[in-house]
Design a protein around this ligand. Structure first.
Ligand code: NDP
Length: 287
């Protein structure tokens, strides 16, 4: 017997989640502000609720996948959450998630937050490697672990309801740094007779080869010794930055994506940290 699920929000992500639960045989009740989006799911066996309140009343497990935290407010206003297991997969900040957990508790609901590390085509496709960070009620997570694991993998990161959002934002922030670096790389070759589709595999492999450096960073942060296992020290790396900057200038490319990081490297070096790894930059970021 599969756990019945109520799902509020049938955008691109909500629809993908709905399809995955239906395909796995979970009874599913859906609601969406714009009713037309329920039609294809009804054809696949979903029960369509006329109101959010009716959808919430239908099942104990209530999953939200709305645009943002304020849409959660709008949708849940006037619903009776007493005794519900609320799982909020709407992207929010850690502070919003903590406030939402408290808000749910005041209304008699258990609360689990979630941050989805996948795009809709990865949902219901286990080999795509997408997963959802969860934090908040461990009891709720354990109770619904199997059901929550149907659309994508699950990674529980702690009782603090803000931790899922914090992990989500940490990973996305690192991703944008990577995209920024790739944008600069493509800009450098753009005016030359170099095929971007020839650069792409080199770039992808290089980023993958460099990625494990984060383990060394974590090790150094934990030990407090930023020279531990250092491969290329800060002094050497700062000495190399003019090569990157003058190449950018020569290619007619703005260095603006690189300079903030280089500036932090220089400041750390000026503190007498030439023998360290790049880890000291993290100290400079703390206000
Ligand atoms: P969409 O923009 O496709 O859908 C937004 C959903 O929120 C729709 O169901 C929309 O209803 C509903 N909504 C928006 N505002 C309100 C409101 N005021 N009252 C009621 N309902 C409202 O977004 P996604 O489905 O892509 O994203 C949903 C969540 O999933 C977001 O928090 C997003 O950050 C997260 N996510 C999305 C990813 C993606 O790649 N798409 C990846 C990872 C996370 P209506 O149909 O009526 O407009």
């Amino acid at each position: 017997e599969k756990t019945p699920v109520t799902l509020l929000g049938l955008g691109a992500m909500g629809t993908a989640l709905a399809r995955a639960w239906l395909a796995a045989g979970h009874p599913l009740t859906v609601w969406n502000r714009t009713p037309a989006r329920t039609t294809p799911l009804a054809a696949k066996g979903a029960r369509v609720a006329d109101t959010a309140a009716e959808a919430v009343a239908a099942n104990t497990l209530v999953v939200l996948c709305l645009l943002d935290d304020s849409s959660v407010d709008e949708v849940l206003a006037g619903t009776d959450l007493a005794g519900r297991d609320l799982v909020n997969l709407t992207t929010s900040t850690p502070a919003q998630a903590r406030a939402r957990a408290e808000w749910a508790r005041e209304r008699g609901a258990r609360y689990l937050d979630g941050g989805i590390m996948a795009v809709p085509p990865m949902i219901g496709v286990p080999e795509a490697g997408g997963y959802v960070f969860h934090s908040g009620s461990r009891e709720l997570f354990e109770r619904h672990r199997e059901t929550l694991g149907v659309p994508a993998g699950t990674t529980y990161v702690g009782e603090d309801p803000g931790f899922a959002a914090l992990h989500d934002v940490a990973l996305l922030s690192a991703m944008y740094g990577m995209f920024a670096g790739a944008a600069h790389a493509f800009a450098l070759i753009r005016e030359e007779d170099i095929d971007p589709t020839a650069l792409a595999p080199l770039l992808a492999d290089w980023l993958v080869a460099m990625a494990p450096a984060v383990h060394r960073t974590a090790d150094q942060l934990r030990s407090g010794d930023y020279t531990k296992g250092v491969v290329s020290n800060l002094a050497m790396q700062v000495a190399g930055t003019p090569t990157l900057l003058s190449t950018a200038e020569h290619q007619g490319v703005s260095p603006e994506l690189l300079t903030p990081y280089f500036e932090l490297m220089r400041r750390r070096l000026a503190q007498g940290s030439g023998e360290e790894d790049l880890t000291g930059v993290i100290d400079l970021l703390a206000h």
